[in-house]
Design a protein around this ligand. Structure first.
Ligand SMILES: [Zn+2]
Length: 138
């Protein structure tokens, strides 16, 4: 949208990209990268923002840091699954397999921006199958 309205976009301005890769190409590039390789970046950015005094601008309610949480699914399929998948059984007998995570961000009512913190992956809990007395995910 920025490229069509302004002739430029953040991909070309900030990263000198000639074309923004499609979703599938981005997935092909990032899927083999373990999440643990990326988590360090969240911690380094947080520490840098704190050292630069940026974090102080987000303090609220007597100097507290507010953290907003939102959950999302980053994989969902009715056909493809793995041993780590969570699953959702539907009344029509089908099952949806999914991977999800909780995304925390430092937020403040006084700021338009948020600071992303490292996501927490939602793992299938041991014993769920027995408690629910139902078969889940194969
Ligand atoms: Zn899976």
């Amino acid at each position: 949208m920025m490229k069509s309205s302004k002739g430029k976009d953040n991909g070309s301005s900030l990263f000198s990209l000639k074309e923004i890769p499609c979703d599938n190409q981005i997935r092909n590039l990032l899927d083999p990268v373990p999440a643990s390789k990326i988590f360090g970046a969240f911690q380094r950015v947080y520490k840098w923002l704190k050292k630069q005094g940026v974090l102080k601008k987000f303090l609220y309610l007597n100097g507290q840091i507010l953290i907003a949480l939102d959950g999302t699914e980053y994989f969902s399929s009715k056909k493809i699954n793995c041993p780590h998948c969570n699953c959702r059984h539907h009344r029509n007998g089908t099952t949806t397999y999914f991977h999800g995570c909780v995304i925390p961000v430092v937020a403040s009512p006084n700021r338009k921006q948020v600071i992303s913190l490292e996501p927490e992956f939602i793992k299938k809990q041991d014993g769920y199958h027995q408690q629910a007395n139902r078969k889940c995910c194969g």
